[in-house]
Design a protein around this ligand. Structure first.
Ligand code: GDP
Length: 299
């Protein structure tokens, strides 16, 4: 699903979530474990205010477990609990419920002390397109829920889905926009498949991916494509393009005359990366975050 985000859509998306916040106890913020910050809405703290929140690092099956641990520590420093999960396989679904309950522990305690039987915890899932919101709702519900989320600006009746006996989930997730202004963010979103690479040039997205792989996952890259030697300086664009050409030759992505079809090679690289063929790879780590002093304008 591709959504064209215009300022009006963003305002409406934000308002829809803020309306839903009144109905719920806990927000489940879904991020892509491979690119947690790049898959995050830039205004999320402002939108959610002080609602209790659980961060889920989804698609952990595709991410580098070591880097994911660094992210869990990163979020903990900001006072946010982050849990790595795989919505597709249903890994950690019980833990999600347990964590939501933990977040509500004080409130539940208070109700019990007043002799009130606590009602089910009400939760809302939010996240950017393609991060796995519908997959997670179906997993938690244990059945297929037809709705695949709000289109910005389209409203429909809300329904609560029972998750076990202690939790209820809104059937339509809150869809948020990513931070597109930053080119690196765009590259990461495209490399993981969160946005279609056709929006950008596949060659540029693959260049970004191969550069990142060469500097962080060199051995996996070499083994996957039988590359004898990687460039010493991953910043050397010509050298990275040579690696892409070598991959193209390996995969038979050739034009007539035997030159490498770089677009085809790029699409192959991205397809194999997204399918996890190069192993579990993260494309963003807390150490990639630029020094705040060097960032001119955050949005
Ligand atoms: P939504 O737009 O946020 O509702 O995202 P979807 O639920 O439609 O998921 C987008 C894509 O990600 C689908 O192809 C899912 O199968 C895939 N997906 C979701 N969760 C996982 C996961 O944990 N691991 C993997 N590998 N893929 C996932």
């Amino acid at each position: 699903m591709t959504i064209q985000w215009f300022p009006g859509h963003m305002t409406r998306a934000r308002r829809q979530i803020q309306d839903k916040l009144k109905l719920i106890d806990v927000v489940i913020e879904l991020l892509d474990a491979r690119i947690p910050l790049s898959s995050r809405n830039p205004m999320i703290d402002e939108i959610l205010q002080n609602k209790p929140r659980l961060v889920l690092l989804n698609k952990h099956d595709l991410a580098d477990p070591e880097v994911t641990s660094q992210w869990v520590a990163y979020f903990a420093e900001q006072g946010l609990q982050a849990l790595p999960v795989d919505a597709a396989t249903g890994n950690q679904m019980k833990e999600i419920m347990a964590r939501c309950k933990q977040l509500m522990a004080d409130k539940i305690e208070k109700q019990l002390s007043k002799g009130v039987n606590p009602r089910a915890i009400r939760a809302l899932i939010v996240g950017i397109p393609n991060v796995g919101k519908s997959t997670l709702i179906n997993r938690l519900a244990n059945r297929k829920i037809a709705a695949t989320g709000d289109k910005p600006g389209v409203t429909k009746a809300q329904q609560w889905i029972k998750v076990g006996t202690e939790m209820e989930l809104l059937d339509t997730p809150g869809i948020l926009w990513p931070k597109f202004e930053d080119q690196q963010v765009g590259m990461r979103l495209a490399a993981t498949g969160a946005i279609k690479e056709e929006i950008l040039y596949p060659e540029e997205v693959a260049l970004f991916a191969v550069r990142y792989l060469a500097s962080h996952y060199g051995t996996s890259l070499q083994e996957r494509f039988g590359i004898a030697r990687l460039p010493e300086d991953p910043g050397d664009t010509d050298a990275i393009i040579e690696v892409m050409e070598a991959i193209g030759r390996k995969r038979g992505a050739l034009l007539s005359g035997g030159r490498v079809d770089l677009e085809k090679a790029s699409l192959t690289i991205l397809r194999e990366l997204r399918a996890g063929k190069m192993g579990r790879v993260s494309l963003e780590s807390p150490s990639d975050i630029p020094d705040p002093a060097s960032v001119t304008e955050e949005r």
